[in-house]
Design a binder for this molecule. Structure first.
Ligand SMILES: [Zn+2]
Ligand SMILES: [Zn+2]
Length: 83
């Protein structure tokens, strides 16, 4: 993976670092999301929902934590069982 000329973004209030133009980091719970829509999904009534607890209408997990520490949509990515 070679991304040239774009250093990872960082929070300043926690050790999180991430890359990707669409990524969004929550300044409240310090979770990093691969897309702003997932960030929006974890905000409910002005508070943060734990990303690991976000379920879709079918009751299945909507987000998974990827290898870079970023929450991203489980679809279309295959959901890996938590070890
Ligand atoms: Zn949050
Ligand atoms: Zn942070």
């Amino acid at each position: 993976m070679t991304t040239t000329g774009r250093p990872p973004a960082s929070c300043g209030s926690c050790p999180a670092r991430w890359s990707g133009l669409a990524a969004a980091h929550c300044p409240t719970c310090h979770a990093t999301f691969a897309a702003a829509s997932w960030f929006d999904a974890h905000r409910r009534g002005g508070a943060c929902l734990p990303p690991a607890g976000l379920l879709g209408p079918d009751g299945r997990l909507r987000l998974r934590l990827d290898d870079t520490g970023m929450w991203r949509g489980a679809d279309p990515y295959p959901i890996r069982e938590a070890a």
